[in-house]
Design a protein around this ligand. Structure first.
Ligand code: ZN
Length: 304
């Protein structure tokens, strides 16, 4: 994985929030880091309110925005002091959490902040980046994932066991990060979920993310877990149009609504489809939500 940071481009983005926009888009346009709507980022900025008081504000990705095309209004400004107090509560329902975030925004028209806002607030760094990087999740989701993650990152990462995103996860991170973080810490792994990086500038947080994910990719390559065997030429015959029409008809009937079908015959898709265990692995979570496999026909179609 290569960094896409470009100083000339980045310099066009002057403020802290604009820098946040620039690097969020770099992360959001790489589907191996986040799929549409996934991942989230934040920046902590000290501002002066109408009363002349200084307060620290968390600008966190708002719901409904995509990192790849996010703009400054896509970040929700929420008072840090309140978020940090919330992180110390014993419990908080999703409804209460959303209500607390909405009522402590400093801009009423801003979108609802990410469900991971309290978690972002609890990490004591100016810029915080979070992705669901394929390579990292591939490692965490193996049976001995935690041991592999520790082998890969040593003591540079804080490791958090799996908890459903929401208040319980934020609370656990607030506690465990403070206990485990050292001067060497440059990131955090959420088992079976994703990775966080952070830093004092947008560039440092982004470059850390890329370097950490690159290490995960290299780890997989060295263990022969990166490339799939190439499908033989005999299996690459053109897709018969009438087969697609037939499949589309059946899918539409099953879905109860007309669906549009398109064939994905990229090398990666074909390699995946021709695995001998495709019937089994294609049915396991987390399934790519837009992919449907048809093992008997030895073809894969992506439903758009
Ligand atoms: Zn996440």
């Amino acid at each position: 994985m290569k960094s896409l940071w470009n100083d000339n481009d980045a310099n066009q983005y002057k403020s802290h929030l604009e820098q946040r926009v620039y690097s969020s888009r770099l992360l959001g346009t790489d589907p191996s880091l986040v799929l549409h709507g996934g991942g989230n980022t934040s920046v902590k900025i000290t501002e002066t309110n109408l009363l002349g008081e200084k307060e620290e504000i968390l600008y966190v990705k708002g719901s409904g925005w995509d990192l790849g095309s996010i703009e400054a209004p896509g970040f929700t400004p929420i008072r840090m002091a309140h978020l940090l107090k919330l992180a110390k509560l014993e419990s908080l329902s999703d409804t209460q959490m959303v209500n607390e975030m909405k009522t402590h925004q400093t801009l009423a028209s801003a979108p609802t902040g990410s469900v991971e806002a309290i978690l972002h607030a609890a990490l004591p760094f100016k810029y915080v980046d979070h992705t669901h990087a394929d390579a990292v999740v591939t490692i965490t989701n193996t049976a001995d994932g935690e041991a592999r993650i520790r082998e890969l990152y040593g003591d540079e990462m804080v490791i958090i066991p799996y908890v459903m995103p929401g208040f319980d996860l934020a609370r656990m991170v607030a506690e465990l990060f403070a206990q485990q973080a050292t001067e060497k810490t440059i990131g955090m792994i959420l088992m079976n979920h994703g990775i966080f990086s952070f830093g004092g500038s947008a560039k440092i947080a982004y470059e850390h993310m890329i370097a950490l994910v690159d290490r995960a990719e290299e780890y997989l390559k060295k263990r022969n877990a990166w490339e799939l065997p190439k499908p033989s030429e005999a299996t690459q015959a053109p897709v018969a149009i009438h087969e697609i029409a037939e499949l589309r008809s059946r899918l539409s009937a099953a879905a109860g609504t007309p669906v549009v079908l398109t064939a994905d015959r990229s090398q990666e898709a074909m390699q995946f489809c021709h695995r001998e265990d495709i019937s089994s692995i294609s049915q396991r979570a987390p399934p790519p939500p837009i992919t449907l496999s048809v093992p008997n026909a030895c073809r894969c179609w992506g439903v758009m």
